[in-house]
Ligand binder design. Structure first.
Ligand code: GLU
Length: 318
């Protein structure tokens, strides 16, 4: 495979660093997801970085979706350095990180139900929706009572910082809330925020490119990395793709997946050309053809509004 580098980046990262794309296999990728994947690839490859693919299959898994996602990413011309990593196969890594945080006194058990959290008043000065800290100060006796009542406990971070600042390549400094986020859910599953931090560090990833819907989670993740003594990667949060009503693009918006487009007679190269055009590059049919022109400074900072029916009009792409 072109650009093949160290197959075990966590154990000796390549000298130029590593980027990644980390889709959740909840269904086929739509054009917005594919565009974010293309951007992650362009950011990584244009800086000589390795590029890894990580399947975030701890929840929201649809059978067969991960394989289809990888096929679609390959079909539009993206390549990555093996092996593909599956979060469901890395549970001991997450457990070890949780163990370290717990041993250092940074966690506590939380017995609250979702409903209780929704009904509780947000912590004073806390961000909207932040966990109000109900279970932070439970005595051993109070905890035992809840356990005896059969309540499954989630494990939360005992955050000492109310806010944390990160630097984003496209958006500059971003300061955001750090609350007592869940590290392990009541059913024992490691939480996304924990897994992503552990994986990025373990895989040697020093560049995180993803949709800007994840920006509000980023201060939490950077804080968690710092607490674990792990490096904080460089971030670039890219604008999402919206439908014509200004909402985040979704499957119900029409022919928005690669397979939908191919059913309409479009080739993967054509679709890649559309994605490239939405980024301001015309005439490209492969990601590699974009590399020479790619400049993050010139990327559109606004969301791309997509009309799937409008895409059917004749275009200059094959
Ligand atoms: N798996 C997440 C998603 O598909 C992305 C996580 C990340 O890039 O950090 O929304």
């Amino acid at each position: 495979m072109a650009g093949r580098r160290d197959p075990h980046p966590g154990h000796g990262a390549p000298p130029h660093g590593v980027g990644r794309f980390a889709p959740s296999p909840s269904g086929d990728l739509h054009l917005g997801n594919l565009r974010t994947g293309l951007l992650a690839w362009l950011f990584a490859r244009s800086t000589g970085r390795g590029f890894l693919m990580r399947v975030e299959d701890l929840d929201r898994v649809k059978k067969g979706a991960a394989q289809r996602q990888l096929e679609d990413l390959a079909a539009i011309g993206l390549d990555w350095d093996p092996p593909v990593v599956w979060q469901s196969q890395r549970l001991p890594l997450y457990a070890a990180a949780i163990e370290r945080l717990t041993a250092a006194g940074h966690t506590y058990e939380c017995f609250c139900t979702r409903k209780e959290i929704q009904q509780a008043v947000t912590a004073p000065h806390g961000p909207m929706g932040a966990y109000p800290g109900t279970c932070r100060g439970l005595t051993e006796h109070e905890k035992q009572r809840r356990r005896d009542a059969g309540r499954p406990a989630a494990l939360r971070l005992r955050a000492e910082a109310g806010e944390f600042t990160v630097t984003d390549r496209l958006l500059g400094e971003y300061r955001g809330a750090v609350d007592d986020l869940v590290l392990r859910r009541g059913d024992g599953t490691p939480a996304y925020n924990l897994a992503v931090v552990v994986d990025d560090a373990e895989q040697g990833i020093d560049q995180v490119v993803r949709g800007d819907d994840l920006l509000p989670s980023t201060p939490r993740q950077a804080y968690l990395a710092t607490l674990l003594g792990l490096p904080v990667p460089e971030y670039a949060h890219v604008p999402l793709v919206l439908n014509t009503s200004g909402q985040r693009l979704a499957k119900r918006d029409g022919a928005v997946t690669l397979r939908d487009r191919m059913a309409l007679g479009e080739s993967p190269q054509h679709v890649l050309g559309l994605l490239a055009a939405s980024l301001g590059y015309s005439g490209a049919t492969t990601p590699s053809a974009l590399l020479a022109q790619f400049d993050p400074e010139n990327l559109p900072r606004e969301p791309w509004t997509l009309d799937p029916d409008g895409l059917l009009q004749p275009s200059p792409y094959p």
